[in-house]
Write a protein that binds this ligand. Structure first.
Ligand SMILES: Cc1ncc(COP(=O)(O)O)c(C=O)c1O
Length: 355
């Protein structure tokens, strides 16, 4: 048995994988694979409808918002957000909390002026900047709720006088969120929601249609809303597996229930790191992520032997991102507490034998 701490594509529930495998052979006993039916068939339309309904239910999405399943990953949203929301004579505000936030703001520069309201670049993004002012004259304010590479997470969302746009790729559906506080939320599915290949967008309808430029159909949120995410052939399989994962989440008691589990899982792991003489957590304590737990060793020479021991015990995906080094345990929704306890045992055993 493997303990999958990979940062993404990340762990999915075992039961979802089994159901997905069955649907590849025969979807609901119809004698056809999910992969070989029309996206306009009643079977697939039911899948998409259920996926949209589950997003609305799990996140209590209010009236006036549209839920889209698009392609191109979160990185395409880095460009589509300013394409659709930033007038060519206007400016957009960004909070720079890591490489992904930086990539997002770079794309916005193709469309208009960008103001970085605050950054933690000088400390290699070990904390979330606070006490900044959001410019009221900007078209929107863009934040990244969880910084996958550095293991920091916004514990509270800012109250914004302008539409708040959030990249939730690595913590979507891991905690309660008041969607009404946001103009637009987007997330690549491949960490907490499903497989790679589909991107969730939740957009408040009335923030659209305000830019002066022409937007090609595929890149225009309004076209996608009118087409019900089916302006062209959608990523059927990725949507199906996301729907199964959302069903699984609902069965577990929804976002509020998983949030409690995630808090417990993260606390147990951070406590173990803090108590271990060999390891040190990287992120500022008040900004620690409940999804990606980054930690390093005081003595980097011990890194390789530790990774080897992890490998022997079935712990995979724990090597840190190259820009931070050390280790990163991604503890997404589908990762059980039991896997974390195995990791803690291995850390303790390693510390014991390297006194
Ligand atoms: C916070 C965040 N934003 C964006 C991305 C990029 O996502 P994609 O590969 O779907 O473009 C990632 C990928 O890890 C991420 O963690």
């Amino acid at each position: 048995m493997k303990h999958n701490f990979g940062a993404g594509p990340g762990i999915l529930p075992q039961e979802v994988l089994k159901q997905a495998a069955e649907a590849v052979i025969d979807l609901n006993g119809i004698g056809l694979s999910l992969l070989e039916i029309s996206h306009r068939s009643k079977e697939f339309e039911a899948v998409l409808d259920e996926a949209v309904s589950l997003v609305k239910e799990l996140f209590s999405v209010p009236e006036g918002y549209s839920v889209l399943f698009l392609q191109g990953g979160a990185s395409t949203q880095f460009a589509l957000v300013p394409y659709n929301l930033l007038p060519s004579t206007g400016k957009a505000a960004y909070l720079e909390t890591g490489v992904w936030a930086n990539k997002a703001l770079k794309e916005a520069k193709y469309f208009g002026e960008v103001e970085i309201v605050a950054t933690s670049k000088e400390s290699n993004f070990t904390y979330i900047p606070k006490n900044y002012t959001i410019p009221a004259d900007a078209a929107y304010f863009h934040i990244t709720s969880n910084n996958t590479i550095y293991g920091t997470q916004l514990q509270e969302f800012p109250k914004s006088p302008i539409p708040l746009v959030c990249d939730m790729s690595s913590d979507i559906f891991s905690r309660k969120v008041n969607v009404a506080d946001f103009g637009l939320i987007y997330a690549g599915a491949q960490k907490n929601m499903g497989p790679a290949g589909v991107t969730l967008v939740i957009v408040k309808d009335d923030i659209l249609g305000k830019v002066d430029r022409k937007i090609p159909s595929m890149f225009n949120y309004q076209t996608q809303i009118e087409g019900g995410s089916m302006y062209n052939t959608p990523p059927c399989f990725a949507i199906y597996v996301s729907m199964l994962t959302l069903r699984w989440l609902k069965g577990k008691g929804g976002v509020a229930a998983i949030e409690q589990e995630n808090i417990t899982k993260a606390r147990v792991l951070y406590d173990a790191i803090d108590a271990n003489p060999l390891f040190k957590a990287v992120a500022a304590p008040e900004d620690r992520s409940n999804m990606n737990v980054c930690f390093v060793m005081e003595n980097p020479e011990l890194e390789k032997p530790f990774l080897k021991l992890c490998d022997e015990r079935g712990i995979v995906g724990i090597k840190g991102h190259r820009s931070v080094g050390g280790f990163r345990a991604s503890i997404y929704n589908a990762l059980p507490l039991s896997s974390i306890l195995v990791l803690i045992d291995v850390m303790n055993e390693f510390a014991e034998s390297n006194k």
